[in-house]
Design a protein around this ligand. Structure first.
Ligand SMILES: [Zn+2]
Length: 52
């Protein structure tokens, strides 16, 4: 019985999947799906990607 964990792409927080899907924030960047712990992490990650 291994609970699945995903990591926030930005802050690397471990997010348990399965129990509550609302705890994660999914978004697509360049056609690829990324999972974050919250909207703010997603936005920051996008900004980080844009700046080179
Ligand atoms: Zn995060």
């Amino acid at each position: 019985m291994n609970p699945k964990f995903v990591q926030c792409e930005f802050c690397k927080t471990e997010i348990p999947t399965g129990s509550c899907k609302l705890a994660t924030y999914k978004t697509e960047i360049d056609g690829k799906e990324y999972i974050f712990c919250c909207v703010q992490c997603a936005q920051r990650y996008k900004q980080k990607k844009k700046r080179k």
